[in-house]
Write a protein that binds this ligand. Structure first.
Ligand code: HXC
Length: 513
């Protein structure tokens, strides 16, 4: 039998061996590719000296003979902004960060712990995918990770940070999480790589063009946050966590800083242009409503005709969904509906009250949209708003026409408080279209059709496309002065603080997918 001293010596030797594997060659291998090491990433992500590693000494399964510990992934827990978070960081320097069965077991262990303890989990992905040598065992490992991603969905926030390759079926773990961060030039995600694309389709492409950060941030909508370097990417994750509760039974964290109101609330009264067809920047409205510098935009570069993001109002976290008249007149289309629907569902799952700022002329017409499924894909936003039980408030600032009026959290879809500015135009359609349909014959026979049209349009605005009819019929709770909006919202969200709605007993609904 070994005495205690021998055991302590072995303990010390193993510890020294583990430290020794993180040597200059380890750093050089990654730095040469313009990337940080798994260890450096963890140091940036977590509060100083709070990270505790689990399973540091495991070795790969089967015949893989190595002196290296860990099987290519660092797992553990620590604190971010003082709050407990679990994480795993793949180490590309060991077998390309490939996922063998032991590597997978380590990840599943932290997934299980994060779920049962109710803490967020963050995956730092840098991997060649399924470990080829381990065959089906590595595929089974991925399956176990995906299964846990789904089990955790809606219970703890899950964040994926892509800091190298994420190829093949391996992309589906990040896809099942709540938010994906990517770093320009060094990270990429695709189901089939450029070689296969060339072979099957004879199409020339590159990692960057096929699945780089810019593609996923602007075109596919797969990644919500894009940064220029790894440090800012990881700091972005720290920032996002400031808005998220640790799990679905907690509230988002209150700010410890005293909230600072925007300097000039009167500015809100002059943002909407005189002419209904002139665009303006909805971000000007958002920034003049919320606590100073508190907006954290999500999917900023994708479907820019709708804005989604977290903000603070009087120190409390809210989620904002706002049409952006500056892009495509703020119209709803497939991408914007899906982007907003996913955000609304996140807010609902994690107790984040929702504010809708509305200026929407309708749905985007055309064969492209119809053939790509605007009917079933636009329905996602209807479903998401309607299903959400968190406090929901809408402010109509200008256009609210037709189906788009209904979708954007209208009163009869379950809006708790629905306000409108005096500049609101609430109607089945815009004045030009309505006048053409209602007065087609009259206009065709008129001596001066342009003059008549202008008169009819003005009458339509006066009599129909305004906020007062909706107000008088109770579809709007109040027409408010833009300058009072912040105070009204603070008071309305306060009134809704204890909102509780029982959901009917069913397994789950059937959201259009
Ligand atoms: C085992 C792997 C590996 C893998 C890389 N390596 N990927 N080992 N299994 N999947 C090893 C390499 O052999 C090499 O080992 C080291 O990692 C670094 O790889 P390099 O190729 O030198 O690096 P680089 O040039 O940067 O290229 C990175 C790469 C390339 C683009 C990711 O390695 C690659 O194409 N790998 C295979 C990707 C892939 O097809 N994976 C399977 C996807 S399908 P040495 O000893 O030389 O350092 C999949 C199914 C998941 O994942 C299913 C889930 C449902």
């Amino acid at each position: 039998m070994q005495d205690n001293r021998t055991q302590f010596q072995r303990f010390a030797t193993r510890k020294a061996q583990l430290e020794a594997q993180y040597n200059s060659a380890y750093f050089a291998k990654q730095h040469k590719k313009g990337k940080l090491t798994a260890r450096e990433r963890i140091d940036i992500l977590f509060d100083k000296d709070t990270f505790e590693e689990i399973d540091a000494f495991v070795k790969p399964a089967g015949d893989i003979n190595t002196a290296t510990y860990g099987d290519g992934v660092i797992c553990g827990h620590g604190r971010i902004n003082g709050r407990k978070v679990f994480a795993f960081a793949q180490d590309f320097t060991f077998m390309g960060g490939s996922l063998g069965s032991v590597h997978a077991q380590k990840i599943m262990k932290v997934q299980d712990m994060a779920l049962s303890m109710g803490h967020p989990i963050i995956g730092l992905i840098d991997s060649g995918g399924a470990r080829i040598q381990e065959g089906v065992a590595s595929l089974a490992g991925y399956a176990g990770i995906f299964h846990r991603n789904v089990k955790s969905s809606g219970i703890i926030p899950q964040i994926s940070v892509i800091l190298g390759p994420a190829a093949g079926g391996a992309v589906y773990s990040p896809a099942l999480t709540d938010f994906i961060f990517m770093c320009r030039h060094t990270s990429y995600m695709f189901v089939t790589g450029p070689d296969v694309v060339k072979e099957v389709l004879n199409e020339d492409t590159t990692f960057e063009k096929l699945g780089g950060a810019d593609i996923h941030g602007t075109q596919s909508g797969v990644a919500q946050f894009i940064y220029d370097d790894e440090e800012h990417t990881l700091l972005g994750v720290r920032k996002l966590l400031q808005y998220l509760p640790s799990n679905n039974i907690e509230l988002p964290p209150h700010s410890e800083q005293p909230s600072t109101a925007p300097e000039n609330p009167d500015k809100l009264s002059i943002i909407i242009p005189e002419e209904a067809n002139i665009p303006y920047d909805m971000l000007d409205i958002i920034k003049n409503l919320i606590d100073k510098n508190s907006f954290n935009e999500i999917s900023e570069l994708f479907a820019e005709n709708i804005i989604t993001g977290f903000a603070r109002l009087n120190g409390k976290v809210i989620g904002i969904v706002a049409n952006q008249p500056k892009i495509l007149a703020g119209v709803l289309d497939i991408n914007s509906a899906e982007k907003a629907a996913r955000f609304v569902r996140f807010c609902d799952a994690f107790n984040v009250p929702i504010l809708v700022l509305e200026d929407v002329p309708g749905f985007l017409p055309g064969s492209n949209q119809e053939h790509a499924g605007i009917i079933r894909r636009g329905a996602k936003l209807l479903y998401a708003f309607s299903e959400a039980t968190v406090p929901k408030i809408t402010v109509i600032v200008r256009k609210a026409y037709g189906g788009a009026y209904i979708v954007m959290n209208s009163k009869n879809m379950g809006g708790d408080f629905n306000f409108a500015w005096p500049t609101a135009e609430i109607a089945v359609m815009g004045p030009d279209g309505a006048v053409k349909i209602l007065h087609n014959k009259q206009l065709a026979q008129a001596e001066k059709p342009e003059e008549l049209k202008a008169k009819l349009v003005s009458e339509y605005k006066e009599n129909i496309a305004n906020p007062y009819i909706a107000d008088e019929k109770g579809y709007i709770d109040e027409v408010i002065d833009p300058a009072d909006t912040r105070a009204k919202l603070i008071s309305a969200f306060d009134a809704l603080e204890n909102k509780h709605m029982e959901k009917s007993a069913k397994k789950h609904g059937n959201i259009p997918l």
